[in-house]
Design a protein. Sequence first.
Length: 72
Amino acid sequence: MAHGQAVLIITEPLGGGEPQYTLCYVAEEDAAKAEHIVASLAAPNEKVKTLGVVPEAAIQAFGLRRGEFRHA
């Protein structure tokens, strides 16, 4: 396993108001692929944005396998 990516999910409330932010750690080196993994499960009112690299040690500590992710 190698490093992963931090991905932010921005949820726009359907009734208006302030967005909610959820941080995810993705076991995928490629930023575009990591974003796609999370976006494939996102709701229509959610935007997904890759923030940066997560060290390999953190991905291993979370017990993630390639292609898996978890919320922070």
